[in-house]
Design a binder for this molecule. Structure first.
Ligand SMILES: NC(=O)c1ccc[n+]([C@@H]2O[C@H](COP(=O)([O-])OP(=O)(O)OC[C@H]3O[C@@H](n4cnc5c(N)ncnc54)[C@H](O)[C@@H]3O)[C@@H](O)[C@H]2O)c1
Length: 469
């Protein structure tokens, strides 16, 4: 089978499915209405496809049905509009998956306590689809995972329904001989990685090219026809495994490069060189350099986690992923470096960390988002507390903290960021550089500022109080 640039190769019901996507008569189901699934579902709805969002969390589906949002950067009005036009519905009733033409899976893929892939969400979701799976449906996995998950984990579960979707290689160029016979599939299966950048106002979801790989040619072509309804550009690759690996390459590239600048920052601090100045200068090179920035450590659902999916899989091939391990080591050590910098700065002022009052600015893992998954701020707070410091925090997106899998800061409430409050702390640590912070004000009223993000670069007064770290 071949799939050319126009995805002309489609067989049997896959052809009909493509027609349904193009005429917008298809029903699209999105499972997992979090940071990825909700905007994706709304995008399909906004393009005129009747879309149903599925989630096991009925609190979320009920909110959506009322036209309410629970993700800060997704306005309630955009949900209410699609609900009103009857293009978007949300439900916790997974038996309704049988009504869908396409089912897209966007559930979490964390690491377990041994830092190994936790595929339980993907498995549970596939198990929920299995009894509802209908001949002619297209299933697409979007969750970030190691190469092979779609074929080795999702496919066998779905095939226990008695329906078949054979894995069959296909070629992308029209002139390459087919080599394989037509695929006799009852349902279709593909992988398409999510490339959402939450909180980034400069690029809309539909503008981010969509990479797609099918387990066979009809699956690839049907998935492409689906995504073409919503995305400006689709990029077909030759297998689901290649699409899975594409996403990991992107995130490993980021993780390794961040580790590199973090390491160089530590060296520059010793050498008395400003790493930020160096990066700005290097950035002017019009080729061969992409800027990455140091910080207090890695955070978020993706970059600290995804690379270890590949490390785990690579063990099956007895292949050590040394770059990933090294990057993980450097990035994981960054919060300890911040704590050492606070200790050192206090020491120079004849103070010690024990009993010192320390304020953390920003607990979100990056600026301007209401997401604190894997946030290095939490690790810094934990380490400071272990050293006997009295730690408070401020974050405009988190008025209070709740119990998390790893941390329990239940008693902590975001302090009011006033001049007198700032003056009461021995050290103020800028962990997340939210745009809403008034940095000159913070420096003016603080005794000591530890800046992990170069957020105070434009502050001209009281620079002696700032420690770059
Ligand atoms: N957040 C990002 O920026 C981002 C970017 C790219 C890729 N990803 C990947 O996308 C996937 C989803 O991430 P997310 O950030 O949207 O997660 P999330 O935690 O925000 O949302 C996941 C949703 O899935 C629901 N869910 C869990 N198990 C379910 C089940 N069995 N059936 C139905 N619903 C279920 C949860 O209730 C939750 O609402 C992950 O693999 C992640 O690595 C995330």
């Amino acid at each position: 089978m071949r799939v050319n640039e126009e995805s002309e190769v489609v067989s049997g019901f896959a052809e009909a499915l493509r027609g349904k996507f193009e005429q917008k008569t298809a029903q699209v189901g999105v499972i997992g209405l979090g940071y990825v699934g909700l905007p994706l579902g709304l995008l399909f709805a906004s393009r005129g496809l009747r879309t149903t969002g599925f989630d096991i969390d009925s609190e979320k589906t009920e909110k959506l049905e009322r036209g309410e949002s629970y993700i800060r950067h997704i306005p309630a009005s955009s949900i209410a509009e699609q609900v009103k036009r009857q293009r978007f519905r949300a439900t916790a009733d997974l038996t309704r998956l049988r009504e869908m033409d396409a089912i897209i899976i966007c559930v979490p893929t964390p690491l377990d306590e041994h830092r190994e892939p936790d595929l339980s969400y993907i498995r549970n979701t596939a198990e929920s689809i299995r009894p509802e799976l209908q001949p002619g449906q297209l299933v697409v996995l979007e969750s970030t995972t190691y190469p092979g998950t779609t074929e080795e984990v999702v496919l066998p579960i779905l095939e226990r329904s008695g329906l078949r979707c054979p894995v069959a290689p296909y070629r992308l160029e029209e002139r390459v001989p087919a080599g394989e016979g037509p695929v006799q599939a009852d349902f279709l299966l593909a992988f398409s990685p999510e490339r959402e950048d939450p909180g980034n106002p400069t690029i809309a979801t539909h503008q981010i090219p969509k990479v797609i790989g099918g387990v066979n040619a009809p699956s690839a072509a049907a998935a492409r026809a689906l995504y073409q309804q919503a995305f400006d550009r689709t990029i077909l690759v030759s297998s689901a495994r290649a699409a899975e690996m594409t996403k990991l390459l992107e995130n490993i590239y980021r993780c390794v490069n961040i580790a590199l600048v973090n390491e160089l920052k530590l060296l520059c601090l010793r050498m008395g060189i400003d790493i930020w100045e160096v990066i700005e200068a290097a950035k002017t090179k019009p080729f061969g350099f992409t800027a990455f920035y140091p910080g207090p450590g890695l955070g978020g659902h993706c970059i600290p986690i995804d690379p270890f999916y590949l490390t785990w899989k690579a063990r099956e091939y007895e292949f050590p992923t040394r770059f990933i391990e090294l990057a993980g080591e450097v990035n994981t050590a960054m919060p300890s470096h911040v704590v050492a910098a606070v200790m050192d700065a206090l020491n120079r002022r004849k103070q010690c960390l024990r009993d010192a009052r320390v304020l953390i600015l920003g607990v979100a893992y990056k600026k301007d988002v209401d997401d604190l998954r894997e946030s290095p701020s939490l690790r810094i707070m934990e380490l400071l507390t272990e050293q006997g410091a009295r730690v408070d925090y401020h974050d405009p997106y988190f008025p209070r903290l709740h119990k998390m899998r790893r941390y329990d800061f239940r008693d902590k409430v975001s302090i009011e960021l006033t001049a007198s409050a700032l003056a009461g702390y021995d050290a103020v640590v800028i962990a997340t550089d939210h745009s809403s912070y008034d940095y000159p004000f913070i420096v003016e009223h603080s005794r000591l500022v530890i800046d992990t993000r170069n957020a105070t670069r434009a502050v001209t007064q009281h620079r002696e109080r700032i420690v770059q770290c």
